[in-house]
Design a protein around this ligand. Sequence first.
Ligand SMILES: CC(C)(COP(=O)(O)OP(=O)(O)OC[C@H]1O[C@@H](n2cnc3c(N)ncnc32)[C@H](O)[C@@H]1OP(=O)(O)O)[C@@H](O)C(=O)NCCC(=O)NCCS
Length: 155
Amino acid sequence: MEIRKANQTDAHAIYNVHIASIKHSCSGSYPKHSIDAWVASKSPDFYRNLNDSSVLIVAQEADHITGFGLLNLCDKSIESLYLDPMWLGRGIGRILLMEFEQIAIDYSIDTLKVSSTLNAIGFYHRMGYAGDKKKTHTLRSGAMLECVDMTKKVL
Ligand SMILES: CC(C)(COP(=O)(O)OP(=O)(O)OC[C@H]1O[C@@H](n2cnc3c(N)ncnc32)[C@H](O)[C@@H]1OP(=O)(O)O)[C@@H](O)C(=O)NCCC(=O)NCCS
């Protein structure tokens, strides 16, 4: 498996992973209307038009994108970490997260933040992230999603 920076031609595959992951992995933790609004708020163009403070990485197996993550260096936060549902539970989430932690260290970022989806809290706990403050995240569509703010000191 290869972990690499995403390029413009990955946008559609990343979008497909994001949609499949929300529908499969998040639907047990959010009502259907939230999942529908969340999916509708995504578009492939978003991944093509990121600014310089964004680091978009993908995990690739043969010619298939199995997962991706988006790190915001300015905000010192993990904005996205999503796996193709076919590839869950094989350590890819951990590898992507550890890659972000190494990038954070390289940029002298002391502490990483994440607004975890309700379904991923256990994963971030396992990876050393702490926090239980609930927050409502407003999507570009205006729909609201409940998340939990977590942090980890990486430096
Ligand atoms: C969260 C996610 C990225 C984890 O990816 P993954 O590749 O399945 O996780 P890993 O196999 O690397 O798991 C690493 C460890 O966390 C544990 N873990 C993974 N998901 C967990 C969960 N939901 N609850 C508790 N522990 C979990 C694993 O058992 C493993 O533990 P181990 O050290 O004992 O082996 C994946 O489930 C996902 O894409 N979820 C949907 C998208 C999402 O909500 N992302 C978060 C956005 S903020």
